[in-house]
Design a protein around this ligand. Structure first.
Ligand code: PGA
Length: 220
């Protein structure tokens, strides 16, 4: 695993290339000074240009996709296969609740996605709604994201997030992060060495100033 804490910006279906480019100009230098690992997950069309921009600036920021296909490369119109983005991203978010809900993703298909990611050398960030959610074979990074806290401004309590993390960590050697209305104000209460290893941020990753506040407070 990379340096912890792990802070992931899940930008979802937001931002044009121009927006993303200015976001990176603000976050890139901050990521360089961050003790842990910063991962930016933009929409697929921007991954290649973002990778070039990061490389030319020499920023430490890592790239992740928000999903990938359950299929390998082939005749699957509209899909993006792990092998196609393997040289662009280090991570892929897999099994986000928005995909489980809106795109009917189930354990069988999520297992295929994880397998394809691992096969291509991409580290899956596997989202679960609780300690009872099945964690498919091959996963090393688990994001605990209770549905009620996603995009609602209402977080779980740090104590409960630590309990869920503990339950997950008892099942294997997992890195566990929390997601759900994380902000600059609350991030410091969640991250705890060896207990909770980072955060997955949606809403408050969109405005670079909000995301910088999170980076400033995301430490042990
Ligand atoms: P939120 O989203 O920060 O807007 O709650 C988190 C996520 O969906 O990963």
């Amino acid at each position: 695993m990379n340096d912890l804490p792990l802070v992931i910006a899940n930008l979802k279906a937001n931002k044009t290339w121009d927006d993303l480019s200015s976001w990176m100009n603000e976050i890139g230098p901050k990521a360089d000074n961050f003790v842990g690992t910063v991962v930016m997950c933009p929409s697929y069309p921007f991954l290649a240009a973002a990778a070039v921009k990061i490389k030319s600036a020499g920023w430490k920021i890592k790239l992740g996709s928000q999903d990938l296909s359950k299929f390998e490369q082939g005749a699957y119109t509209g899909e993006v296969a792990a092998g196609q983005i393997a040289d662009l991203v280090d991570y892929a978010i897999i099994g986000h609740s928005e995909r489980r809900q809106n795109f009917g993703e189930d354990d069988y298909n999520l297992a295929r996605k994880v397998q394809n990611a691992k096969g291509a050398g991409i580290e899956p960030i596997f989202c679960v709604g609780g300690a009872e959610t099945i964690i498919v074979e091959g996963v090393e990074i688990v994001a605990y994201e209770p549905i009620f806290a996603i995009g609602t401004g209402k977080t779980d309590t740090p104590e409960n997030a630590w309990n869920v993390s503990g339950e997950v960590k008892r099942k294997g050697r997992f890195t566990v992060i929390y997601g759900g209305s994380v902000s600059g104000e609350n991030v410091g209460a969640f991250i705890k060495k060896d207990v909770l290893d980072g955060v997955l941020v949606g809403t408050n990753s969109l405005d670079p100033q909000n995301f910088i506040k999170i980076l400033n407070s995301a430490n042990y």
